[in-house]
Write a protein that binds this ligand. Sequence first.
Ligand SMILES: N[C@@H](CCC(=O)N[C@@H](CS)C(=O)NCC(=O)O)C(=O)O
Length: 369
Amino acid sequence: MSDPIKVFGNVGSPYTQKILSLLRYKNIPYTVSWGDVVQNLSFLDIQPPKPVLLPTIVLKDKNGSDICKTDTTPIIRYLEDIYKDKSVIPNSSVLRFLNYLLEDFADEWTTKYMFHYRWYFNEDAENAKKMLVLQHKIDIDDESMNQFSDVIADRQINRLWVVGSNNDTANLIDQSYKRYLLLMENHLKHLPFMFGQRPSSSDFGLYGQLTQLVGFDPTPRNIAYKNSPRTVSWVNIMSDLSGLHDSGGIGEFFGVKGNKSDNKSKLNYFDDHDYGWIDIDNIPDSLIQIFNEVGKVYIPCLIANAKAYENGDEVWETNIDGSIWKQKTFPYQVKCLNWIKDEFNKLSANDKKTTLDLIGGSGCEDILD
Ligand SMILES: N[C@@H](CCC(=O)N[C@@H](CS)C(=O)NCC(=O)O)C(=O)O
């Protein structure tokens, strides 16, 4: 067996949870080190990446040397090349693009829910600041815990404006989160995953943020339990999909009707064939509705942010869904926008048309030309 992949991250980091769940699903051996990434890397004589992000993953290259990687979206594509079984990237180029866009929405927009609820309300901030210290060192004394908690809370609360959480945007974030939960509730009535009977990389992205929203911070947890029991259960299921393969899992386990033997023999996610993905001629409306939310809230941000970056403006504001959205210009999200466009431009003219027929009118088309 190849050396386990080393994951360095935190329990309270949604992107760490995203990658760990994906590694479990793909049955890729790993070890995880919780806590201070730089310190943990130093124990192994591994140089930290620049910038250090959670998670940082370390794997062996072909020559057996350690390579350090950050940023889950490219990491997942890198792993797909090495570990071909149980692919999380749909074969159909149209679905592949939609999955890319949804993963980006998960990583860059639903993380705004996460960061906002964690630090905006006092009750959540009081919870988070203690938990984040305790997850680093469970046996820390109370005085030190309180000291470190205050340092963490100060740092993070001061960064709320970076993600666009402030008094002007709080209501919009809250409304978008509640709509998103209802959209998930509705979609999960029809399908167990975003793009069918098997999880895609966007499922893991959405899951990562939801681990925190549903399992860590009191305010969004209460909202989720009230508004979407299916999302809450989905998060628990998503946490470990290591057995979802071959004839296990979906049939009896998920209660899918028509458990015929010919069906069963197709339940094979080990090879990268098409089984389990939705058919692009038969995309459920519940999925299209999710893209309506992407187009309503996230796409205007990407556009305004890129414009501000081009003009050298440090902050920008725009109108989203009838409300003002204000935030700091974020160079990384200019890259996100360009990567989405690159993915779209990889499509044939026909596939571009199919994509636009599916999500045209959502607002997503504003960045796809
Ligand atoms: N796009 C990155 C985002 C990773 C990220 O931003 N992680 C957060 C923690 S959840 C982080 O490391 N923030 C920098 C910091 O806390 O200093 C990914 O997908 O991995």
